[in-house]
Design a binder for this molecule. Structure first.
Ligand code: A3P
Length: 345
């Protein structure tokens, strides 16, 4: 009898416990999704949502789900019309720098409910063939978005390509430009590592970094080597400044984006006049990857592809010292122009 009563009591406790845990899990999930689904407050007239605050939470959640489908190109004409979706020219472009962390920056900004990314690099302004197809071709390459959202694309080749500043200026002279930079020598090695991997994939041999970065005749830094030239940030920026005032640029610290992404993203939100919506909840450190990964909501997380965060080959320390010495005066100039100082050696 006593045994039966004890069993009954245990059963009741089990049911009550399950209910409590269930409710707790529901609340956690709800808080997580609420954080993501808050309507966007208008800061700048250009980004003003059209009566978005009146959309009930469930409807908004449904719409975001739909948008995700549309991004994959699954929208019918009727759905596009019904949901008032548009393909908008970008309000901001990540113009570079290659290997600076451009993909991570784009993906992280895409966590913001008012931002929609163009998934592929479009290469409209740097590729003559694409550019000849005209601005409508470019617009059609943009993802579907709600009118209150902004579209962002990234094509790191823009930063170093001669014709691009003028072409972007002709499209929109008040566009916002994002440049993500890393310590120049590390960036150059990262650039080399990417090319090396490509060669290895094709079973081709390739020179060592040291051989490319240092001119064997003069023993000086080889400024003809593209990975070196790309890291002379100030030279490229000066070309851009012939078209755009410095206020239209925002410099992102790519080294900090790796170790501490949130403050960097908050600075970008501010620059884009977006209300702060990206939070620590959206970013979690994945020890296996060794990088921060993205959390959109309780069910949807993602890390960047394995091609981001490659192991760099070891480089002779004397070459590193030489490169750092070479970049030093250019870096000083870059700090002076941009008003942002980095602890680069
Ligand atoms: P490495 O491969 O040298 O480590 P890009 O997207 O412009 O090609 O830049 C690639 C770099 O982004 C990577 O360079 C990596 O260090 C950096 N990065 C920054 N944040 C990252 C993240 N959360 N996940 C993976 N890579 C990240």
């Amino acid at each position: 009898m006593l045994f039966k009563q004890q069993a009954l009591l245990r059963q009741k406790l089990f049911v009550l416990g399950s209910l409590a845990i269930g409710s707790l899990l529901y609340l956690v999930a709800r808080v997580g999704s609420l954080d993501r689904l808050q309507p966007i407050c208008p800061i700048d007239g250009r980004f003003r949502p059209h009566g978005q605050d009146e959309i009930p939470l469930r409807a908004l959640q449904f719409k975001r789900g739909l948008l995700h489908e549309f991004r994959k190109g699954n929208a019918t004409k009727e759905q596009i019309r019904l949901h008032n979706l548009v393909q908008q020219l970008p309000k901001a472009i990540i113009i570079g720098v290659r290997k600076g962390g451009t993909r991570a920056l784009l993906e992280m900004l895409n966590l913001h409910p008012a931002v929609v990314k163009a998934s592929q690099e479009i290469h409209f302004f740097d590729n003559d063939e694409n550019y000849a197809k005209g601005i409508e071709w470019y617009r059609k390459k943009m993802p579907f978005s709600y009118p209150h959202q902004i579209t962002i694309e990234k094509s790191p080749a823009y930063f170093i390509t001669e014709e691009v500043p003028e072409r972007i200026y002709k499209m929109n002279s008040s566009i916002k430009l994002l440049i993500i930079v890393r310590e120049p020598t590390t960036r150059a090695i990262s650039d080399y590592t990417q090319v090396l991997e490509g060669k290895e994939r094709k079973n081709k041999t390739y020179y060592k970094f040291e051989k490319l970065a240092i001119d064997p005749n003069t023993c000086e830094v080889n400024t003809k080597y593209k990975a070196v030239r790309t890291s002379i940030y100030t030279k490229h920026l000066e070309r851009w400044l012939k078209y755009f005032p410095i206020e239209q640029f925002h410099i992102v610290d790519g080294d900090r984006l790796i170790t501490e992404p949130l403050p960097e993203l908050q600075l970008v939100e501010k620059f884009l006049n977006l209300p702060p919506r990206i939070s620590q909840y959206n970013l979690y450190f994945n020890a296996t990857r060794g990088f921060y990964c993205l959390r959109f909501n309780i069910v949807f997380n993602k890390c960047l592809a394995g091609s981001k965060g490659r192991i760099h080959p070891e480089v002779d320390s004397s070459v590193i010292t030489k490169l750092r010495k070479f970049f030093h005066p250019f870096n000083q100039k870059f700090y002076q122009i941009t008003g942002r100082t980095f602890n680069w050696p």
